[in-house]
Design a protein around this ligand. Sequence first.
Ligand SMILES: Cc1ncc(COP(=O)(O)O)c(C=O)c1O
Length: 392
Amino acid sequence: MTNKNQLLQERWKSSLQNNYGTPEISLVKGLGAQVWDADGNEYLDFLGGIATNILGHAHPALISAVTKQVTELGHVSNLYSHPRAIELAEKLKELTGSTEAKVFFCNSGAEANEAALKLSRLSGRKKVVSTLGSFHGRTIGALSITGQIAKRKAFLPLLKDVTFIPFNDVKAAKKAIGKKVAMVIVEPIQGENGVVVPDLGYLKTLRELTSKHGVLLVFDCVQTGMGRTGEWFGFEHEGVTPDVITLAKGLGGGLPLGAMIAIGEASSLFEPGSHGSTFGGSPVACASALASIEYLEDEKILERVKNLELTLKLEISKNPMVSTVRGSGLLIGIVLKEPIAKKIITDLQQNGVLANATSDSVIRIAPPLIVADSQVSHFIEVFRKVSSNYER
Ligand SMILES: Cc1ncc(COP(=O)(O)O)c(C=O)c1O
């Protein structure tokens, strides 16, 4: 008998483009860190829309904020202002700790990085320094500064004047960063590349080098922002401030929202007409973001995130199939001793747990920040059970 997931797979295949392949299951319902597929199977969502659903699914705070906003005012063009965008920009400024910061709203991570790229052109320089293995998005501009050959090769030629240096390599950074460079863009933790964490001091060195040569330093916090690492932004543990922060994913609490925050002198580079977006910073997405931030603050969720990181790292590293556990907060890469990550992901799914493999040997988990202690224990237990089948 054909089940509903299979039927939806066939409909997907015949009507949607093949850029994602055809997903095996179709999710129809969510609550907190749980989701259900079209056949009623329940899963523990340890991927959270890939680090996006920070409050999980169907959170009452979001339902109420979004419902209220859509009832009052759903969309305005950018010819008019609206209070939610102003409130959110003010809140983000407060979180950056900079009274000088200014925010541009868009809808996604790629768009936030596109905005940073355009901003950097207004400095009068064109060169960009990025890192190998980085991921900054799929639009032509964002792809041009993305250091993953497989994603770029079908679309060459991309923008010129981009130099890729090895991530976490101070010597290479010293060589590449000079007076002709407009911006250096780096993820505080390379998420798509397998949750790769640089040595402490790397971001600080980039700050020193960029300041010395008048180069804009852009921290792409699309994946590491909004409390994901246990701090509001993934670079805070280094005690450095960039010139530009890009955000998306968790910012809208599950609704499409991105931001490019320029700090200090960089905040005055855009002028009327420099850039824009029809939907960027819509009242509904901003209302959702404000409600998410308020909830995280009121419930002191960031502290919980740090504690859960410790539990997950401690317990998972005891697993004999695991080589290392890396990452920060609730963005964790489980590095396996053998290239069985994809098999384990399939087994986890069959056992009611969703996560993803960033390569043959790395599993990434990024659950909602509101995940319950019991759900964390459940993940550890199912992962132990599933991986034990591969022990020799
Ligand atoms: C660090 C980083 N930057 C940018 C992006 C692109 O974001 P989007 O898919 O919203 O365009 C991603 C997405 O995974 C990301 O992880």
